[in-house]
Design a protein around this ligand. Structure first.
Ligand code: DX5
Ligand code: ZN
Length: 208
């Protein structure tokens, strides 16, 4: 599987998001947008009205760390999201929201926190395009990688050999390599890329 790099704009300068995106898009595959509501996670970021103004040729992947995502997925689809990722922990009616996202003609991702076992994905894995393994507890950039993610990546790869597996949190050249070896094919990185002096070089180092 081709490795894809997805810079997370959480660590970019929110005052000039489109300039920040232009600084990395030539070297990247996906733009990762973190949406936080201050309830599911202890931080607040941006919603669909801001996503609508992001300018990029790359696909936008919206990672919804919010409660009641069913009330917002249509807005993100309309704002230009190609992929909408919801959290298993926020969706008691998971297969229903998966259907809802598909009906909006978006790709569907399901994410699990470090404390959530991969078994929670078993019943829906055939219906989704992507699994996003959180390798930190979501809410903030710049946290350290939680090693337990590696075994979870390998378990999902075994469950679904063809599925896209993304990993998010504490990704750098070293942890990224371990994730790819475990079976991940999408590396999401925020502070490692946007905090680097040379962003192009940082992205290249993630490609190994
Ligand atoms: C964390 C977000 C991540 C975040 C990762 O809650 O979901 O996408 O930007 O940041 P780093 O790469 O700095 O750990
Ligand atoms: Zn994210």
């Amino acid at each position: 599987m081709k490795l894809k790099i997805a810079p997370s704009i959480l660590s970019a300068d929110f005052g000039k998001l489109n300039e920040e995106i232009s600084s990395i898009e030539k070297y990247s595959d996906i733009i990762h947008v973190d949406v936080m509501d201050g309830h599911f996670v202890p931080n607040i970021t941006i919603g669909a009205p801001v996503v609508k103004w992001l300018k990029t040729k790359l696909p936008l992947s919206c990672h919804l760390m919010i409660e009641h995502p069913e009330n917002f997925v249509a807005d993100f689809a309309k704002a230009g999201a190609q992929t909408i990722t919801i959290h298993q922990e926020t969706c008691p009616h998971l297969s229903k929201i998966i259907r809802q996202i598909k009906d909006l003609d978006c790709r569907v991702g399901v994410s699990i926190n470090p404390g959530t076992p991969v078994e929670m994905l078993e019943e829906v894995i055939e219906e989704i395009d992507e699994v996003l393994i959180m390798s930190v507890n979501p809410g903030f950039g710049g946290q350290s990688f939680i090693e337990g993610a590696l075994g979870k990546i390998a378990a999902v790869r075994e469950m679904a050999p063809e599925i896209d597996i993304a990993v998010d949190g504490g990704i750098n050249a070293e942890t990224g390599r371990l994730c790819v070896e475990a079976g991940a094919n999408i590396l999401i990185a925020g502070s490692y890329i946007f905090g680097a002096k040379d962003r192009k070089k940082a992205i290249e180092s993630l490609r190994g």
